[in-house]
Design a protein. Structure first.
Length: 580
């Protein structure tokens, strides 16, 4: 046994090792060389060719740019009363890959945010690696959400617009969206001024999705700038309340009212009804959001007659005492006949305006060339932009003189066949309140003297003030515009609304005037759209609104009275009405 084992052991020790053939060795080393070359090539490719891409992908997993919202500038009235301010609120956000909420937590979060779990999940699935679960929520709501302790859910401070005056100024200011970007009105028009520019900071995110360290300098936000409007919030409230009452009393479709500073052209009040509350975004109705005084156009009717008379006076075609043949109360031009509401006998030019004679105004117009009349109306701003900068502001319509037929020149003279917006019409009356200059109007507070564009001579402007005071006297169509203790001047207007092929039986009632006549301070224009309670003449519907607004506004502003004698008004129903 021992001897045999020894032989076996000796045999094993002496067994020859297998040798690798030269061909096989070359093959093995060739494969290893190729593999090593591939590894080197891949490393070089990743380092030099795809380096930027890989660096970006890596950074995307731990680096985030966090926005720092800018504070939006506030909007105030002329005395600094806030009309639009930005208040701090919260937004809830998450990195989708880090958000880890159980079904129970997701249901609870949906309840806090007043939505459904399905809606939240849909929003998360549709997002990339970052999602806002809610924007602009009150801080207490954000605290409730954070109290659920959902991993990966965070909040940040942002700003939401709030409008202290609510519906009083909504159609002027407009509103902002959920990201505090202007969507309507001056919020949209002055976005660059008010909005500023958001800042940012770059941070490292840990595995829990938390920002743990800034890795780059903070880019500070550029805050928005404040904006002071020309509005007087006291007058705005007065205008809105009086307009609302008039629309309700006459069961009208809508209405607008403008109050201008007669010397500077600043818009002191601009009211529309119906309106809306910009703080209740869930109740927005498009028809209520429109700023009718700037966007809607209408035929001005007899409120347009003073411009025809002024152009004729200034050109020397007539004098205030020139007699016009209006005895029959009608005048035929071709196949068309113009009518007055009733025959008044022959009238002087000043009586034509006082009693609102269509035939008399038409005859005054046709004493001028169509080009002369068009030039005068165009110089007064009709058919031209008011240039307030308000989004959607209308130009009105004044066709070129070369297309006028005699009957069209006649009807344009008393406000038919021409269209205006209410602010444009009110601005036209600045020609009468000053020295014959058309003042630029402004929605923003101005300072210093405002220079207008000469349209008529100072002497003609003075004559027009006198004649418009006659038109608003107890013997004129605007008797209901009278204000105790103050001399007033102005013109009524009543016009049927155009429809396809002619005119409807719906009316626009208006009055435009100014006070006190001795030194005009305010121009007030009133338009009531489609009154349907039985009265529709401007004398009965719009003139009383003018009287109420002007009387209260002048006392509010401390303007001294310029009338000593009492006013004798005609009884109801005895107003001199103008033809429509």
């Amino acid at each position: 046994m021992t001897f045999g084992a020894g032989l076996l052991s000796s045999h094993r020790k002496q067994a020859p090792m297998p040798e690798l053939s030269p061909g096989r060795a070359l093959f093995v080393f060739s494969v290893l060389g190729v593999l090593f070359s591939v590894l080197i090539g891949k490393a070089l490719y990743l380092q030099w060719v795809s380096g930027d891409f890989l660096q970006t992908q890596g950074a995307a997993r731990y680096v985030r740019d966090v926005e720092i919202p800018a504070y939006r500038g506030k909007i105030t009235d002329r005395f600094g009363e806030p009309l639009a301010i930005s208040t701090p609120v919260k937004s809830l956000w998450a990195f989708t890959g880090k958000l880890n909420a159980s079904d129970e937590q997701m249901n609870a979060l949906a309840k806090v945010l007043d939505t459904t779990p399905q809606s939240l999940k849909k929003r998360i699935e549709a997002a990339g690696d970052f999602v806002y679960l809610a924007k602009g929520v009150p801080p207490e709501i954000a605290e409730e959400a954070r109290a659920l302790k959902i991993p990966g859910l965070y909040d940040e401070r942002v700003y939401r617009r709030y409008y202290p005056a609510g519906e009083l100024t909504s159609q002027i200011l407009g509103f902002t969206d959920i990201d505090d970007y202007g969507q309507e009105g001056l919020e949209l028009a002055r976005q660059d001024w008010l909005g500023g520019k958001s800042g940012s900071r770059r941070v490292i995110i840990n595995r829990k999705g938390e920002a743990v360290e800034d890795i780059a300098g903070v880019q500070a936000p550029r805050e928005g700038r404040d904006l002071a409007l020309s509005l007087d919030l006291r007058l705005q409230y007065l205008a809105q309340m009086e307009l609302k009452a008039a629309v309700a009393e006459h069961k009208a479709k809508a209405g607008s009212l403008v109050v201008l500073d007669a010397q500077t052209g600043e818009v002191l009040a601009l009211a529309n009804w119906p309106t809306y509350n910009p703080n209740r975004r869930d109740e927005f109705i498009p028809a209520r959001m429109r700023n009718r005084a700037l966007i809607d156009i209408f035929e001005p009717g007899s409120t347009f007659k003073p411009f025809t008379v002024a152009i004729a006076l200034d050109s020397g075609r007539v004098k205030p005492t020139t007699v016009m043949e209006t005895a029959s109360g009608q005048w035929t031009i071709g196949k068309y006949t113009i009518h007055d509401s009733h025959a008044s006998g022959n009238l002087t030019v000043e009586q034509v305006l006082q009693r609102s004679s269509n035939t008399g105004t038409a005859k005054v117009a046709l004493m001028m060339s169509s080009e002369k009349m068009w030039q005068g109306l165009s110089s007064t701003g009709f058919g031209m932009p008011v240039n307030t900068g308000f989004p959607g502001e209308s130009f009105g319509r004044l066709r070129p003189a070369k297309s006028w037929r005699p009957i069209e020149q006649a009807t344009i003279s008393y406000g038919h066949g021409v269209s205006v917006n209410l602010l444009q019409l009110a601005r036209g009356y600045t020609v009468f309140t000053g020295n014959g200059e058309l003042k630029p109007v402004s929605l923003y507070r101005t300072s210093g003297e405002v220079v207008g564009k000469p349209v008529i001579s100072p002497a003609t402007a003075a004559e027009m003030r006198r004649m418009l005071e006659m038109a608003a006297s107890p013997d004129g169509t605007g008797a209901r515009a009278q204000v105790p203790d103050y001399r007033v001047a102005g013109k009524t207007g009543t016009a049927r609304k155009p429809e396809k092929g002619g005119y409807s039986k719906k009316y626009v009632s208006s009055f435009v005037g100014f006070a006190p006549v001795s030194s005009p301070r305010l121009i007030v224009a009133v338009m009531i759209d489609e009154p349907s309670a039985g009265k529709y003449y401007g004398a009965a519907v719009a003139a009383p609104v003018f009287s109420s607004v002007v009387g209260k506004a002048l006392r509010m502003l401390g303007v001294p009275p310029d009338r000593s004698a009492p006013i004798m008004l005609p009884p109801d129903g005895e107003d001199i009405m103008e033809e429509t």
